[in-house]
Write a protein that binds this ligand. Structure first.
Ligand code: BES
Ligand code: MN
Ligand code: ZN
Length: 502
């Protein structure tokens, strides 16, 4: 992994080092500290802006050789657009844009965290720092030749100049743990499937113990004892045994009802006997994106010592065709007691989740359960890569998720549920079947999950389009996006944490 942007905060008065970064609005106006840093060079900057048709649009950057009279070698001016139109989520983007301008190898950078009419707020300069870290992340563990610029990662020593150093540091400390969580999720999703199989995934999740997270690993014997026939039916086709991992972070009072997060962890999805076509099958190494998000989220919550009791539960399997694999037509008995007719072995994620959701609902009686799963190709047809599909039996939870989605930029779009859809998965031979008709494929998948939540307030996020393979963005050039960590961390922070000052 390469995550080599080191960020520190310095006062505005500190002399800038290395590349100088300042902000300006859509009238090319900068703040007082930036003007001071530029000095007599301001005029040259104006001319360079005109020559490059730089108009200070949000996220645009003017990148020039530093004019005579400034100590810096390079000068980067980042546009904020019209000040009244800046959204909270834009500060991450600004950081991403800056990191995108850095060279591979090592750079020293000073960012003057200031808008035209004054210093950025502590949370805003912290977001610039987070954006830089997120954008600079690169998965290069398996590149043995990194010397040719192309493969070399950005390594930067960044000073962010602010008006209140202590306040900025205080704001960035928790945010930086959340960025670590995103990077952990990306790492897991980017790893090849020969390296990251269920037992290895469980081993990596168990590293959360260092942060005080209680980690319990259920092996096949333990899952058999619990009666997890749906999950085990998927797992039985692989030479690599399945696992369920339960992570618990207790940051609130003992006995406080926990919140729960459940992740689909199919470490590789061949489709099983209903095998997938060869084209892009390699992408199915990312079919554990939901589980990766849960691990990244638990890291974030524990590292920033969130005042919440949280349960993270992930079902880890490999879906393989094999002499011992389950067949279309098989009927398995889930932990809930409901029998499931297997119509298509490629609809395996819902089978894994059925048992983990039931287990979590019964054992922890959580305030709510949110599951994340790269569940259906159909959600990509519906929503592309801009929104995750949101399905919920609880309007308040759905509204909160929608709101934090807009704030973090990890957006969700609510999709319908209802009895007309539910009856499409009634089975001729068992209580339920694992696949309906092609139409409404994401909805029938969600209906299936709903049969295993036991009335618990629940939301399902179908992240097949957002967890991996999305186009590069200002804050991610990684195949795996780490989608969901920032969204759910914010949900917890805004609605489910005990007041910070109590
Ligand atoms: N993991 C896939 C869904 C998926 C597809 C995720 C493409 C990311 C990219 C899931 O297990 C699956 O195969 N779903 C089937 C369900 C169908 C057989 C009812 C699908 O979407 O085709
Ligand atoms: Mn599948
Ligand atoms: Zn799958």
């Amino acid at each position: 992994m390469s995550d080599a942007v080191k960020v520190g905060f310095v006062p505005f008065s500190a002399p800038p080092r290395g590349i100088l970064v300042v902000f300006c609005d859509d009238s090319l106006k900068s703040g007082a500290a930036a003007r001071k840093a530029l000095g007599t060079a301001a005029n040259t900057v104006k001319r360079a802006a005109a020559a490059n048709q730089f108009k200070g649009k949000s996220g645009a950057a003017l990148d020039i050789l530093a004019p005579e009279g400034i100590k810096a070698q390079r000068l980067i001016v980042v546009g904020t657009g019209k000040p009244s139109e800046i959204k909270p989520h834009d500060f991450l983007k600004f950081g991403g844009v800056i990191a995108g301008k850095l060279n591979a190898g090592s750079d020293v950078v000073t960012v003057v965290a200031e808008l035209p009419d004054g210093a950025m707020q502590p949370d805003q300069s912290a977001a610039v720092a987070s954006g830089m870290r997120l954008r600079a992340y690169k998965f290069d563990r398996y590149k043995t030749r990194k010397k040719d610029g192309e493969n070399e990662a950005v390594r930067a020593d960044v000073s962010i100049a602010v008006d209140d150093v202590a306040a900025a540091r205080k704001a960035f400390a928790p945010d930086s743990h959340v960025v670590d969580g995103v990077i952990i999720a990306r790492e897991l999703v980017n790893e090849p499937p020969n390296v990251l199989y269920p037992e290895e995934f469980a081993r990596r999740a168990s590293q959360l113990r260092k942060l005080g997270v209680d980690v319990e690993i259920l092996d096949v014997k333990a899952m058999t004892k619990l009666g997890m026939g749906a999950l085990l039916g998927v797992a039985q086709g692989s030479a690599r045994p399945g696992r369920t991992v339960i992570m618990r972070w207790n940051g609130a009072k003992r006995g406080d009802q926990p919140v729960a997060f459940v992740g689909k962890g199919v470490c590789f999805d061949t489709g099983g006997i209903s095998i997938k076509p060869a084209g892009s099958m390699e992408d199915m190494k990312g079919d554990m994106g939901g589980a990766a998000c849960v691990v990244g989220l638990m890291h974030a919550l524990a590292a920033r010592k969130a005042k919440v009791n949280a349960v993270g539960a992930i079902g880890l399997v490999e879906n393989m065709p094999d002499g011992n694999a389950q067949r279309p037509g098989d009927i398995v008995t889930s932990m809930s007691g409901q029998t499931i007719e297997i119509i298509n072995t490629d609809a395996e994620g819902r089978l894994v989740l059925a048992d983990v959701l039931w287990h979590v609902a019964k054992k922890f009686k959580p305030k709510f359960m949110i599951d994340l799963a790269t569940l259906t190709g159909a959600i990509m047809v519906a929503l592309g890569t801009e929104h995750a599909g949101l399905f919920s039996n609880n309007d308040e939870l759905a509204e909160r998720l929608t709101k934090v989605g807009l704030e973090t930029g990890e957006r969700v779009w609510r999709m319908p549920l209802g009895p007309e859809y539910d009856k499409l998965i009634d089975s001729q031979f068992a209580d339920v079947k694992n696949a309906g008709v092609r139409n409404g494929g994401s909805i029938t998948a969600a209906q299936f999950l709903q049969r295993f939540v036991d009335g618990t307030p629940w939301a399902h996020l179908d992240i097949a389009g957002t967890a991996m393979g999305a186009p590069k963005s200002d804050i991610s050039h990684s195949w795996a996006s780490g989608y969901g960590v920032r969204l759910l961390d914010r949900l917890v922070a805004d609605y489910y944490e005990a007041r910070k000052n109590s």
